[in-house]
Design a protein around this ligand. Structure first.
Ligand SMILES: CCCCCCCCCCC/C=C/C(=O)SCCNC(=O)CCNC(=O)[C@H](O)C(C)(C)COP(=O)(O)OP(=O)(O)OC[C@H]1O[C@@H](n2cnc3c(N)ncnc32)[C@H](O)[C@@H]1OP(=O)(O)O
Ligand SMILES: NC(=O)C1=CN([C@@H]2O[C@H](COP(=O)(O)OP(=O)(O)OC[C@H]3O[C@@H](n4cnc5c(N)ncnc54)[C@H](OP(=O)(O)O)[C@@H]3O)[C@@H](O)[C@H]2O)C=CC1
Length: 299
């Protein structure tokens, strides 16, 4: 991304300190980059320390500023507290949190074990709540105003066959955001959400279109705008919602999907025609991706 991709003035986020969970890759990386360009001090967390370090180095090399990678598994409440202690003790309070980290894979629901359900819900539902709660307690104790942005999916409105644990978890975070927007409004804490449509990333394609490799999302005939999302489009919306100029916006979930979910449902219902063999192949491919990523985890 370049400076020209962003619609905002220089220094929009000067003085802000923002944590992006899952900020080492994909959408999290692009939002972290936008916040850095706009002057924020940015913290990114994930379980693969090497991925975080590479991202922070790459983006500071391109844009200057300060980005810090912190290895942390958001399924672990103690690890979250340790991470927040490190942030708070080195420069003060966060002023923003982006709940972006997620796990997901396509599966027929009858093929899931409870461990499979937990693998996703413990990241998306429990993990996002845990980080929000840990930050919220500190902000309220210290009288700090802050903004929380959660990255959902359009299926919070219409569900999604074959990604049921993700759909349930994202819907839960949607309701968390609406609820806390009211409960914490007088504390100066805002909560909003973005529901992106398709923004192709390695992490998503490998788990949601596992058998198509690089060709996933090349066919955009059923996309109303004839294309998928562009990363800077998401980054601009995130920067707007995180900026102090959006102070009166709270409790909202904004779709950015080129009107696709209104046209097609924006989910995986077309996989109803998959055969047992296709599901077996998908599962094998997803497991291989997870194994490769697991080998790099340091948290
Ligand atoms: C048709 C066109 C439609 C286009 C629509 C486009 C719209 C796009 C909208 C997208 C919205 C959301 C996207 C995303 O969230 S993308 C994010 C993807 N990124 C990641 O997932 C990164 C992190 N992922 C992971 O950490 C792992 O993938 C995982 C989530 C699996 C967690 O890893 P963990 O190490 O905890 O998991 P284990 O390997 O130990 O497994 C735990 C149990 O889960 C079971 N499992 C694993 N894979 C499968 C599978 N494919 N099917 C069924 N079950 C699975 C595994 O067997 C374990 O259970 P058991 O011990 O009981 O066997
Ligand atoms: N790409 C798309 O089209 C869409 C994406 N989304 C949402 O956007 C967000 C980003 O997805 P995307 O960029 O595509 O996928 P990625 O796989 O690139 O991003 C997921 C990130 O979350 C991190 N993460 C996963 N589990 C944990 C954990 N337990 N603790 C800390 N970090 C964790 C991963 O790092 P690590 O494995 O190192 O921990 C990774 O950096 C997700 O919330 C996703 O649901 C929503 C709609 C569409």
């Amino acid at each position: 991304m370049t400076r020209d991709d962003l619609m905002f003035r220089d220094g929009l986020l000067n003085g802000h300190r923002i944590l992006v969970t899952g900020g080492g890759t994909g959408l999290g990386k692009v939002m972290a980059e936008a916040f850095l360009i706009l002057g924020a001090e940015v913290f990114i967390c994930g379980r693969r320390g090497n991925v975080l370090d590479e991202t922070a180095e790459e983006l500071m090399g391109q844009h200057g500023g300060k980005m810090v990678g912190l290895a942390c598994d958001i399924r672990d409440a103690d690890a979250i507290d340790d991470m927040l202690d490190r942030i708070w003790n080195n420069g003060g309070a966060l002023t923003g949190l982006v709940n972006n980290a997620a796990g997901n894979f396509v599966s027929r629901t009858q093929d899931l074990s409870m461990r499979g359900f937990d693998a996703i819900s413990n990241i998306v539902f429990r993990g996002s709540f845990a980080v929000t709660l840990a930050c919220g307690k500190r902000w309220i104790d210290q009288g700090v105003s802050a903004s929380v942005l959660s990255i959902l999916a359009t299926w919070v409105w219409n569900g999604s066959a074959f990604t049921v644990p993700s759909a349930m978890s994202k819907a839960g975070i949607n309701v968390m955001s609406q609820s806390l927007a009211v409960e914490w409004a007088d504390k100066g804490i805002r909560l909003n959400c973005i529901a992106p449509g398709t923004f192709p990333t390695e992490g998503m394609s490998a788990r949601l279109r596992p058998t198509e490799g690089g060709s996933a999302f090349r066919d955009t005939t059923d996309y109303p705008m004839g294309r998928v999302g562009r990363m800077p489009e998401l980054a601009n919306l995130a920067a707007f919602l995180m900026s102090p100029q959006a102070e009166y916006v709270s409790g909202q979930t904004i779709a950015i999907d080129g009107a696709r979910y209104l046209a097609t449902g924006g989910n995986f219902s077309s996989m109803r025609s998959w055969t047992d063999e296709q599901w077996a192949e998908a599962r094998q491919s997803i497991r291989a991706t997870t194994a490769k990523d697991k080998a790099q985890r340091t948290a």
